[in-house]
Structure formats: structure tokens, C-alpha cells
Design a protein around this ligand. Structure first.
Ligand code: PLP
Length: 376
């Protein structure tokens, strides 16, 4: 994706350095490559006439049905997409045509959707969040403060990118109340929810609201492999055909081979055991990062303590993290400065950084944090 902001240029630069906390990518050992290769072989042989043909814009039928069953919705409300981000582009475009207006996001938020929206010239309104996630009363106040309708709310309630924070059960309930009262469309982005290391999973916004206003999206990037490029959307009944039409107008039909590989992986009973393995590996990486922060960073800094996902959000009060990221890169550690995760003009995030623990081994995580702390 082309990038234009100074903070995103630094994102590209740092990804080549030796110890990377920059990219939200799984370590190679987290990818079940051998098993996926066997699945690929099997589906190409067994179902080649389907997977190598054009087909329905909504995706490979057996996987679509599996997703629909898991979310207890009719299959036509599920559309498989080429990763979650492609679906975000479809959703935003469709929603902005039906209901033009500002897009509400939590601050900080995932940088790529922010860039997509900024490039389209959309007004982005950043709402405050804390350790319990987005503040639903701030959302309510924002909606009351203006007479023009908002287009939609984009939120990542569980193990958020970039903060690792989760929306508390109480706030989920309150958020749904606010959303109903204002009839606000919501995109709930949840690629990390299943990557839970401990604690009980709260209900999704989709479950709480029922799927009239809330569209739910997830992806197999964190639970199987990002290279399968398979995401999915559970849409309100009224939105599903318009969304699928956008997919058809973009790529006629999605790549069925990777979708069928994911389905075969599930059919063989590999999804849950693989997820447990991924959870275990990531838990020890998360533990290593929290331990190293405690040991080496300590005073005058705060960080999130995620129960899952890929990220820790670090706030180094009084430190300019754009500058720190540049010096860290030279020293061999890649981080992403916090400003990348806020709307550009907001000026927020200057002392924060996102640290991904998903890629490096626990040992290298310890080394990287020690090095980072020495540069402050
Ligand atoms: C919050 C969030 N949403 C969506 C995505 C996109 O994932 P993919 O396009 O690989 O499904 C990511 C990837 O890191 C993410 O962090």
C-alpha cells in the first residue's frame, strides 16, 4: 500500500532491522506450513474443478457455511474476503455511499484503515479510550454534539491493534445501548479475539446487538496464516448483497484455492489444536515482553497488559517516540511510533509506541526491550 505520512515511512524502514517489534506478523514457527501444504494438495485434487473456476462472489461455499454456523446466521449474510482489510475497503465504500458522513474511530486505532479513510478524504473523528477500551459515553456525547449523521463507528474491541486493550463487558453493553439509540452502524473488527491466553471471552458486539447495526469481521490471518488471505464479514441482512456486489465488481470471484485450504484445515480437525499451539507460543512471548518491560523500563512509563493478541502499547512519558524509533532502528530494534495510529492532524501519540511480541522469540524480545530501554 503506498504510504505518504512521515510516521508510515518510518514503518517501512524499521521492518528490515534485526529485532522487530514493528510488524503485526506471526513468527514463521506459528505458521502450520506442512499441514497447509497437505491441505492444498488435497483440495486441488479433490475439488479442483471448483477451486480453479469462477464462482460465487461470497466465497467458497463450505467455508462460508462453517462461518455462518459459528455465528448462527444465514449463509447469505457471510461474505469471505481477501483478508480483513480488503473487506474494510468494501464496507467503508458501501457505508459512505449509503450514509455519507464522518467515521468514528477509537484513538489509537489500526493505522491501515485510517490511511484508507484519509486517502478518500473522509472526516475521521478520534474517540478517547483507556485501559477498558473505547469510552461509550464519549461516543454518545460526540453523536449528540452534531446534527449531521455519522457514517459508522470502526472499533476493535478485543486485543486491539495497536493497544492490546479490550473493551470491558460493562462498556460493551453500554456501547450497544448508545449505538441503538443513535441507530449508528458499527464495524466490529475482531481478528485477535480467538488468540486469547487467559480469562473468559466477553460477548461480541454482534452477539449483544443482534446484527442489525453491527457488522462483524474476522480473518484467518492470526489463527491459521496471513498468506491464505482469507477474511470474512458477517453483515446485516440488508447490507449483504450490496457488499457482495462490491466484491464481484472488484475481483469477479475471490481466490477459492486458499479458502478451500482453510476449509480443509478445519475439516481435518486442525483448527483448534493449531490455535492452542499459537496461543501457547504467543503467551510466552507476551510474558517475555511484560517481564522485560518491568525489568528494564519500569519508572515513568506505562504499558498495557493484554490477555491475548499481538501487541503491547507503551507510553514513555516525556519521550519523543518518533525520535526514539529512529535511534532504535540504527541500534537494531524496530518499533512503530505511536503517532501512526492516530488521525494525522490530531498530533496525538507522540510519546507512545506499539510493540508487537508476535514475531520474535522470548529471548530476543528480552534483548530488544533491554536495548530499547537503554536508548531512552
Ligand atoms: C485490527 C486488524 N484488522 C484487520 C487486519 C487485516 O488482516 P488481514 O487483512 O490479514 O485479514 C489486521 C492485520 O493486522 C488487524 O490488526
Amino acid at each position: 500500500m503506498p504510504t505518504t505520512t512521515p510516521s508510515s515511512r518510518s514503518l517501512d524502514r524499521v521492518s528490515a532491522t534485526p529485532i522487530s517489534f514493528a510488524r503485526g506478523a506471526p513468527a514463521p514457527s506459528l505458521i502450520p506450513a506442512e499441514e497447509l501444504a497437505e491441505c492444498a494438495h488435497e483440495v486441488a485434487r479433490r475439488d479442483g474443478a471448483t477451486v480453479f473456476a469462477y464462482g460465487p462472489g461470497g466465497g467458497y461455499a463450505p467455508l462460508r457455511e462453517w462461518v455462518a454456523e459459528r455465528h448462527d446466521v444465514p449463509t447469505e449474510r457471510v461474505v469471505l474476503t481477501v483478508g480483513g482489510l480488503q473487506g474494510f475497503v468494501f464496507y467503508a465504500a458501501e457505508q459512505l455511499v449509503r450514509r455519507p458522513g464522518r467515521v468514528l474511530v477509537e484513538a489509537p486505532s489500526y493505522d491501515r484503515p485510517l490511511k484508507v479513510l484519509a486517502r478518500e478524504g473522509v472526516e475521521i473523528v478520534a474517540l478517547p479510550m483507556d485501559d477498558e477500551g473505547l469510552d461509550p459515553d464519549a461516543l454518545d456525547a460526540e453523536l449528540r454534539s452534531r446534527s449531521d449523521p455519522a457514517s459508522f463507528l470502526y472499533t476493535i474491541p478485543t486485543f486491539q491493534n495497536p493497544s492490546g486493550r479490550s473493551l470491558s463487558p460493562e462498556r460493551r453493553a453500554r456501547l450497544v445501548e448508545v449505538v441503538r439509540e443513535h441507530e449508528l452502524a458499527v464495524l466490529e473488527d475482531d481478528p485477535y479475539g480467538l488468540v486469547r491466553f487467559e480469562g473468559a471471552a466477553p460477548p461480541s458486539l454482534l452477539e449483544l446487538e443482534g446484527g442489525t447495526l453491527v457488522t462483524y469481521t474476522s480473518s484467518f490471518s492470526k489463527t491459521v496464516a496471513p498468506g491464505v488471505r482469507t477474511g470474512y464479514f458477517v453483515l446485516p441482512q440488508s447490507d449483504a448483497s450490496g457488499f457482495e456486489e462490491r466484491a464481484v465488481s472488484t475481483y469477479i470471484s475471490p481466490p477459492f484455492l486458499p479458502e478451500a485450504i482453510v476449509w480443509e484445515f478445519i475439516r481435518r480437525g486442525r483448527f483448534e489444536p493449531n490455535l492452542e499451539r499459537v496461543q501457547d507460543e504467543l503467551r510466552s512471548r507476551r510474558d517475555a515482553m511484560l517481564h522485560a518491560l518491568e525489568l528494564h523500563v519500569g519508572e515513568q512509563a506505562t504499558w498495557s497488559t493484554p490477555e491475548g493478541g499481538y501487541f503491547v502499547w507503551l507510553d514513555l512519558e516525556g519521550t519523543d517516540t518518533n525520535d526514539l524509533a529512529a535511534r532504535a532502528e540504527e541500534a537494531g530494534v524496530a518499533i512503530v511510533a505511536g503517532a501512526a495510529f492516530f488521525p494525522r492532524e490530531s498530533g496525538l501519540g507522540g510519546s507512545a509506541a506499539r510493540l508487537a511480541f508476535s514475531y520474535e522469540t522470548p529471548e530476543r524480545i528480552g534483548e530488544g526491550i533491554e536495548l530499547l530501554a537503554s536508548l531512552r
